[in-house]
Write a protein that binds this ligand. Structure first.
Ligand SMILES: Nc1ncnc2c1ncn2[C@@H]1O[C@H](COP(=O)(O)OP(=O)(O)O)[C@@H](O)[C@H]1O
Ligand SMILES: [Mg+2]
Length: 270
């Protein structure tokens, strides 16, 4: 099982779109995919036509036990219109977690431990994270093998990225190995100077951790969210889906390299 998190301490940069679209493409290709919504706003949950205000089973349930009961994660799975794509919903109650959990230690690995119970069930898990640093983002970053950081190609969004970088540094201090991450320029509009200039700035500043391409503005993403299906189901030939397919290949290769480097043979060969 591969676990990837999508995070950035800024809203509206394409996090949910990235999780849904990559997940959809993976499911189209025959993989069993889980999308986990850790954002109390529940955009991913709403995307698939579940209501975060009233959903009965959600990720919130995982945080209500000292130890996650064995069958609980599997019982939270909800269907989407795609056979191989499941979600675990976010409920708005998640917003109260921070206060409930303050002072209770050891809650940072709830998601990692829950996913460990679904090891045989899924090939890929994509975690959609909230735009604030707190217990939920900590859980996402602790559970994943690589991090995807979507950044809107405009100046204010680049400021938000600096904040995310500081968070990552802090997280890495607590990890055995640094978390591999990729910055993904999104919502790129080649007709605007703001997009062109901010992409240039991103590339100059984040040289080797930025994905070499970008996700263009594509209205098909909005159509797909209205239809409640991943964009690849609605229009597999769209520009946006094509961009995410290229990104997916890049991420898979990056992960393959990281795994080889971490394996005993890989280390021996160095
Ligand atoms: N590449 C894109 N082209 C056009 N619209 C997009 C694109 N990516 C995201 N959007 C739209 O922008 C809005 C914010 O995207 P979303 O993925 O929800 O961001 P976040 O999860 O970071 O808040 C949504 O309405 C979404 O449909
Ligand atoms: Mg979102």
């Amino acid at each position: 099982m591969h676990v990837w998190a999508v995070a950035n301490q800024k809203g509206g940069v394409g996090k949910t779109t990235t999780a849904v679209t990559l997940g959809g493409i993976l499911a189209d290709r025959g993989h069993q995919v889980l999308l986990l919504d850790l954002d109390p706003h529940g955009s991913l949950t709403s995307y698939f036509k579940y209501d975060p205000d009233s959903v009965e089973k959600s990720v919130y349930d995982l945080f209500q036990h000292k130890q996650v009961p064995e069958d609980l994660p599997a019982s939270l799975l909800l269907d989407t219109g795609h056979d191989r794509l499941k979600i675990i919903a976010a409920s708005t109650a998640l917003a109260t977690l921070e206060r409930q959990m303050s002072g209770k230690g050891g809650m940072g690995l709830v998601v990692a431990k829950s996913l460990a119970q679904l090891w045989n069930r899924f090939d890929y898990v994509l975690i959609d994270s909230p735009p604030v640093l707190g217990l939920l983002m900590i859980n996402a970053l602790a559970a994943c093998e690589q991090l995807i950081i979507p950044v809107q190609t405009e100046f204010l969004a680049i400021k938000g990225l600096e904040r995310m970088m500081r968070t990552l540094k802090m997280i890495n201090k607590a990890r055995k190995q640094a978390l591999p991450y990729t910055v993904v320029p999104t919502l790129y509009d080649r007709r605007t100077q703001a997009s062109i200039q901010s992409l240039r700035l991103l590339r100059n500043t984040y040289g080797d951790v930025i994905w070499h391409s970008m996700v263009p503005v594509d209205t098909k993403f909005r159509d797909a969210s209205v239809a409640g299906m991943p964009a690849s189901m609605l229009d597999p030939e769209s520009r946006g889906v094509h961009a995410y397919s290229v990104l997916l290949k890049f991420l898979q290769e990056k992960e393959g390299e990281a795994r080889r480097a971490a394996s005993p043979e890989g280390r021996g060969a160095q």
